[in-house]
Every structure is written in C-alpha cells, then in structure tokens.
Write a protein that binds this ligand. Structure first.
Ligand code: WT7
Length: 638
C-alpha cells in the first residue's frame, strides 16, 4: 500500500480530501488492488433503502489479492505463522506459496463436495491454519462463508446454519483450549439434527478425540485432500466476483431478537480492510503482526486474514489462550517469533496485568513497534500498563474502534503519526464522516459534547444488509436517525475534537469484548422450566469490562438457590454458549415494571452497579414495593 498517511499534516489533508472528494479518494485506494475488470461507478448510495454499492461493475477475487499477486515477490515470505496451544508442540509457518497451494487444494475439496459459487458454508474450527485456509478456499470459488466462533453452542450453530441455509459444514474432531479439549464434532452433530440444508460435513483431525462419522454425510479433511492429490492437484482459477457479490456472513448480537447475519461484499470490504490495516498500524514489509483475536469474530476476519494478507503481511495466528501454560504466554510468543505489532483486547490486558508483573518483566520486547487494542473501551489503568510494561513507553497504542458492521476501523489513531490519549479512540479514519446525535435526532455540532455516534456517509467496508432480512438492517441501523448509520454507541468529542467511546446505549452487553444481547440471554434463561421471567443487565466487571447480572423470578420449585443457579448457567451454556453465562443470578419475587408491562432496566442497572442512592423516578412503577425487595436481595448477594 503506497497511500499510507505519512505525517499528522498528511492525515489532516488526506481526511479533508476523503470528505470533500470521497469517490476520488477511494478510487485512488482501490487502484492499489488487483481488479480483473475496473469498476464503472465508484459509489451509489441511499441510506433510506439502505442501498450502498461501491466499485460497481468491478470484477475481482479477494484471494487473488491476498495470495496470487504476492507470489512473484513474496512467495517464500511467511504469510501465516501458527503458534499451537501447547508451546511444546512445533509451530508452523506457511509461506505465501504454500498458503496458495493449500487454498487451491481445499477449494478443490469444496468443489468435489458439491460446493459452487453462492453456496453458504458454515465453518466451526479451532484457531489452526486450516481455518484460514477454509475461509480463503470459500472466497476462491465464490462460496459465502459463515464462520461460527468455536465457543458457541449446538443451538447457536443450528440457528446460524438455518438462517443462512448452509449446504456444508467444516469442523474438526475437537479443539484445544489451555488444558481443555472441546469436542467440536459432537457439538456439530447435535446441531445438525435441526438442520435440513446441510448435505456434507468435512472433519479436520486436530485433537484425535473419538467422533462418530455419519455415512454419506461426513468425510475427513485429510482423506479429501488425498483424493485431490490423486487428481493431480488441479489449479483452481479464482472465481470472478462482482464487487458487490457477497463475500461472507457473520452473525452478531443486537438489542432484540436472535443474532443477525451481517453481510459484507467482496470489493469494498477488501479495499477497506487492506487500507485500514496498512495505514493504521503503519505496517511495513517484513513486520511480524500478531492479532490475538479468534477468526470466529470480525477482528479475525478483517485483521488476521483478509487485511494483512491483502497487504502481503506476516500474520501470526495463536490457537490457545493468553493464560496457558501461564500468564506470560503472549509475551513468550512475542519473543519467540520476534513480533513487531501486537493487537489485543482490553480484557486480555486486564487479566494479564492482574496476574502480576513477573510474567512480563524481563521478556525481550525489543522488536515491538506498535500496539493495538480493540473490542471495548480501554480503561486508563490498562492502557498505561500496556504502554509501560509491553511498549516500554516507545510503542504507540492504537485504540481501534469499530464493529462487525463497519468491516474495519472507523475511529482510531494512526500509529506513530497522530497523537494518542489513554482511553480515547481519537480520530475518524479517512473517509469516515462522523456525527454525534442528540435525543431529538439533531446533530450536535462543536466540541466538548457527547451524543449517539453515527456515520453520515458510506465507506467501502460497511455492511450491505442483514442476511435474508433487509428490513431488519434498515430498522436496526438506518432508522433511528434519518440518513445516518447508527452504531449503537455513545461517544464524547472533547474540547480538542478527540473522540472517546463511552459504550453501548442500547441493550447490548460487551463481555470480555464479546457482544451479547440481553434479550438473547433472557430468552435462554426463560427456557429453564422453573423460571417464570427474567431481566438481564450489565454491571462493571474488573476483568471482563462488563459482567452479566440476571434478575430471575423463579417458580415454586426453587429450594436450593445455588443448585438452581447452576441449572440456569447450564441452560444458557446449552442455548448460547459459555460466554453468555450470567456472573450473578439474583432470585426476586417480581421485576420492576411500568403499568404497561415494560421492565425498567434503568433501575435494575443501578442496583446491579451497586448504586442504589438515586434510582430516579419510580412512581410510574406498577408495584414500587418490588424495588425494595430487589435492593435488599442485592445487598445480601455481596
Ligand atoms: C462493539 C462492536 C470490532 C471488533 C470487536 C468487537 C465495542 C469495539 C471498541 C473500542 C470502545 C469498542 C463497541 C462496538 N467496541 N471496539 N476500541 N473502544 N468500544 O466487534 O462484536 O461487532 O462489537 O464493541 O461497543 O459497538 P463487535
């Protein structure tokens, strides 16, 4: 990428141009990529629809940009460095040449199993190179991938498969997480009882956990590769895709209903993730870049796979968890692979910070140039620890604010170029036109103000729709404010014009950087046969950022509260996944409701935070008495 911003002045000029002449600006960036056929129109848009099209008429394949075009110059350069869960197992390096070879091989496997352009493929794999290979192989033949994070339950997988009508699932026998083995294939088998659209399952060997292989449906990854070898490893030319053809679906939680399938398309997403990766981190050829996220989340899609690879970068993939075998693991990886850029989450920083400085002091961090944070607002204490202990006060920290829906960073410093302030995401990325809105739907001008964060002009990486339900996309993101994309976050623009994200303003929780809808958790809790109703809110949690607090009205069988808490947790794990288990469950006789039956979460939030001094007006409650009872119960829980 030649068009990286080079100085603060350059950022300001670039930003100005990107706002005044957005089409010219983005066309310039897009020209740095390989197109089979150039676009005829840079942008057409209408946020009412919404309908957003970038690089219309353009033809490309993102894998040609991530792989083929690097082979001549960077063929032997590591594309992926893979670090296993167990540090004693050998690591793997895949050069660009090898990665292309593996992607083509697996693209052949997909074809042999009946997959063609436009088919949806569900991927439920551990963090092994084959996950990146599977993703890229789908993109190579124009199949639409829907990656499901390995921590989700059978029910969540089934819901996602059914929503997208996937034809094929790619999974593994199991996955390693620290000392645990998770039986992925078993979980998939449970899910598939409910999924009629799935014809084939490809199973990778990873943990050698015994699995049941269903005749006619299940095949081994390794056997399928052998078949392709006997076919002579036919070269798979990349499918020619339209810029606006779907690239992938990724499910994410909202304030209501089941998770939505956010849809990203080929051209704009490629341009946006490639540019923001190179520019924000100021990636230079030869740098080793380590993002600790899982490819099951958008961070992994955009900034482990597509963004870095389109830029010919070396992307380090880590299978395990930051605390195994001990809280120094990430730093051991940095030393071992001479990492230059570390991109992680505040929750990880806080947990490692809490483990003690003995795990970080004395490690060789001389290779580190840049640090990054993502997923939730980073508190000042964690920012400073990261800066001092890991960056040695020398490495700029980019606090990147973005969402599954935005495809890539929308507010972030640019490493070493724009100033940074702890807990601030600082500046809009080039091309991003922000607006802070008040409760009357008016834009708030000037500095030293707060409001609801919106974007008022399209950018190439934005979502195009929610799969199978365009109305839902319109309602969720484009209806709160006219002609605006609404993020769902609150934001401060301080006296200097610096942006600071203050957190969600809707009923969405952010637990360890994972987005969880309160309605989803309530729905899961309410499925327990002894639960009458429940209300879930977030509360400040020292490691997770937010914890999940559930107020539960139980039926007449409630005898042993702790046993029932265990049962509820098990129910939530079964329906959603362990990440959504409540941290606290308080049994109550009733919930505070208005006369029209609406639960007053504001009151519950205050109680969960432990701040009961000022609950505001409770006279509109149907039964103000319940508040006293809940307050008392909350005190007793502590
Ligand atoms: C929500 C999006 C984007 C990748 C990870 C999460 C919160 C994300 C930051 C940040 C403050 C942040 C927002 C946003 N968020 N990054 N740097 N500072 N808040 O993706 O699951 O789509 O969640 O995460 O609340 O809306 P996601």
């Amino acid at each position: 990428m030649n068009l990286k911003v080079r100085s603060f002045e350059d950022y300001k000029e670039t930003y100005k141009k990107s706002v005044e002449r957005p089409e010219e600006f983005w066309a310039g960036i897009a020209e740095e990529f390989k197109w089979r056929k150039k676009w005829s129109k840079v942008l057409s848009w209408d946020f009412e629809g919404p309908s957003v099209k970038w690089f219309e008429g353009g033809k490309l394949n993102i894998t040609e940009n991530c792989l083929d075009r690097h082979i001549q110059e960077l063929g032997d350069k590591p594309a992926i460095i893979w670090e296993p869960n167990d540090p004693n197992e050998s690591y793997r390096i895949l050069s660009y040449k090898q990665l292309l070879f593996n992607v083509e091989q697996f693209a052949n496997v997909l074809r042999n199993n009946g997959i063609k352009k436009g088919d949806r493929v569900c991927i439920y794999l551990p963090m092994v190179p084959e996950l990146a290979i599977a993703v890229l192989a789908c993109a190579r033949i124009g199949a639409i991938h829907s990656v499901v994070f390995g921590g989700f339950s059978a029910q969540s997988i089934a819901d996602r498969i059914n929503d997208a009508q996937c034809n094929l699932v790619i999974t593994a026998d199991g996955s390693f997480r620290g000392t645990k083995v998770i039986e992925l294939k078993d979980i998939v088998d449970d899910a598939l009882g409910q999924c009629k659209s799935v014809e084939k399952v490809i199973v990778l060997t990873r943990t050698r956990t015994p699995v049941s292989m269903i005749k006619g449906r299940d095949v081994w990854w390794e056997d399928e590769i052998k078949k392709v070898e006997t076919q002579g490893n036919p070269h798979v030319p990349a499918e020619e895709m339209d810029a606006e053809d779907m690239l992938f679906i990724l499910y994410t939680s909202g304030s209501t209903g089941s998770p939505k399938g956010v849809v990203h398309t080929c051209g704009g997403y490629m341009v946006y993730t490639g540019y923001t990766f190179a520019n924000t981190f100021q990636y230079e050829q030869g740098d080793v870049y380590f993002c600790t996220a899982d490819i099951g989340w958008i961070t992994g899609h955009s900034y482990i796979v597509y963004g870095p690879l389109s830029q010919g970068a070396t992307s380090l993939m880590f299978e395990g968890i930051p605390t195994f075998p001990n809280a120094g693991r990430l730093w051991d990886i940095v030393e071992k692979h001479k990492v230059n850029i570390v991109y992680t989450a505040p929750t990880a920083i806080r947990s490692l910070m809490g483990a003690g400085d003995e795990y970080v002091d004395g490690k060789d961090f001389s290779t580190i140039k840049t640090l990054g944070s993502v997923g939730e607002p980073i508190n000042e204490e964690a920012w400073k620890w990261f800066d001092e202990k890991v960056g040695k006060g020398q490495a700029p920290i980019v606090d990147t604010y973005w969402q599954t829906e935005t495809g890539g960073f929308i507010i972030s410093p640019i490493a070493g170029i724009t100033p940074t302030v702890p807990s601030y995401a600082m500046f809009p990325q080039p091309g991003i036109q922000l607006a802070l809105m008040d409760e009357n739907g008016k834009e708030i001008e000037g500095n030293d103000v707060s409001g609801n964060l919106c974007v008022k002009f399209p950018w190439p990486g934005m979502l195009r729709t929610t799969y199978g339900d365009h109305e839902r996309c319109k309602k969720t993101y484009f209806s709160t404010y006219k002609n605006m994309y609404f993020t769902g976050d609150g934001c401060l623009r301080d006296k200097d014009g610096y942006y600071r994200i203050t957190g969600r303003v809707d009923d969405v929780l952010n637990v360890s950087g994972h987005r969880i809808g309160t309605a989803e958790v309530e729905d899961a809790i309410n499925r327990h046969s002894d639960v009458i109703e429940s209300a879930v809110v977030g509360y400040p949690h020292t490691i997770k950022g937010q914890g999940i607090y559930a107020f539960v009205v139980a039926g007449e069988h409630l005898k042993d509260a702790d046993l029932m808490r265990g049962d509820i947790n098990k129910t939530v794990s079964r329906i959603i996944g362990a990440i959504a288990k409540p941290d606290k469950i308080q049994f109550v006789k009733g919930l505070p409701k208005t006369r029209s039956g609406k639960i007053m979460r504001r009151i519950l939030r205050k109680i969960a935070e432990g701040d009961t001094s000022n609950l505001g007006d409770i006279t509109t409650l149907l039964d103000p008495e319940v508040v006293e009872e809940i307050k008392k119960g909350a005190q007793e829980m502590k």
